[in-house]
Design a binder for this molecule. Sequence first.
Ligand SMILES: [Fe+2]
Length: 518
Amino acid sequence: MTESMERAGVSRRSFLGGVGVTAGGLMVASGPVLWQQAAKADTVTAEQVHLTFGDEPTREVIVSWVTPTAVSNPTVTVGTPAGGFGRVIAAQTRTYTDSNNGTVTITQHARVDGLHPDTDYVYQIVSDGETQVSSAFRTAPEGRVPFRFTSVGDIACGDTAYSKASLNAAATAASIEQFDPVVHLVNGDLSYANSNQMFQPQVWEEYFDNTQLSAANRPWMPTLGNHENEPGNGPQGYLSYQTRYTLPRNHSADFEGNWYKFQVGSVLFVMLDNNDVCYQVDTGTYVSTGDNQILTGYSGGEQLEWLDRTLRQASTDRSVDWIVAVMHQPAMSTSDADGSDLGIRENWMPLFYKYGVDFVLAGHDHDYERSYVVKGTDSGTVLRPHVVSADLHRVDSDKGLVHLVIGTGGTKGHDDVYQAGAAGEPTETINVSGTETETEDAPWSAVTDPDTTHPWGLGVFDVDPGRFPGDKTTMTFTYYHTPAATASSPYPAPVEFDSFTATRTRSDGFGFRQRDSK
Ligand SMILES: [Fe+2]
């Protein structure tokens, strides 16, 4: 481990626990030692490896991968670093056929359960009796303990032969790994497969092979973006996403995997599908054929009902201090690209205010923006969020929420242009229907990042749980630039751009009632 890697936060565990195989072609020979893992096996039958948490992140991790051909008896062997590989877990095979080019994708999913919290495990993927990949992960901690998570969306793949791809997708995955988070949140728009209409499975392959250097070591928990919609692949075009991921159950009869929740420490993560509520239509999905699909309202209110129930329960749960909502299209964005969406303000935001959601994380616009603390709406048809505090550095989360756009994951297209009025005041374009927009003042906009020389980055959150029941707990957020990757510097060190510390009252104190009663 080099000194610079230690400065950048590379942990001993991630250094030792790296994944053994990468097939993405992006691990150039001049890269740091961390990313040059064991030599690729002669016969690779396990690729696109990625982890997700199960329903209980302290006890359950799912290992998912793809095999180029059908294999007999795909398994994961699991154990502890000191104890060896003691358990053999059979994987479930799920396949789908891409409607555009007929490619059959064979995915494997091994549900590793019965684990202990905050514990290191080693695992091997074994197919047809041959060990294909060796790596390690750590389960989520239990209770009120410090931990770190990261967030960024709009990553794309690193093979620049494909639309929306860039070398910076690899740099982003490496940066995430360097920060050693317990979990990484993907704010939608993963591979941009649907921007490559005739090569969708191939783009997914490149995406997962690229992210494997981190996602095989720690769960990457995704949300659906407009680019996960592949018309013809399932009712919402999500068949590829749904087949490739095994996610915490939402117990929906028709929409399993489309939205879900999980808790790490005292933080509840609520992962939403904004395609269900946003007005903006993704007219760029299949430009050549015009075969676009409007998903607005597809769940018939089921997701909204689930969200209401989930947040209501969380609001009286004394183990939940923080609620983080993760989504794709933003409710609040002054970006010149896509802007804000009234559908999210109408559907989700009233519940966020009511039940005391602390952070809303989005992507879609390929830039960075932070709001002031907001709660409720000013008057007006566009439901402008009401600013309750304009303190940039001391954020009181008991008063309201902070909305963050972190759509800087590496995709080739980046925005970094923000709207402003004649006097320089921030303004926003709001999608108010599938075809109409309105432009309004946006006094809630606190920080933007117009620096086009650093169009990529990621968000890092550090949770301090406080010391005693009813104490204050803090969440320190830092947005880092990831400078542009080059052939000679494929993994440039992240550089801090924006930071603040949010404070909230713990939910286990005497007299705690409901978050919304404050
Ligand atoms: Fe998007």
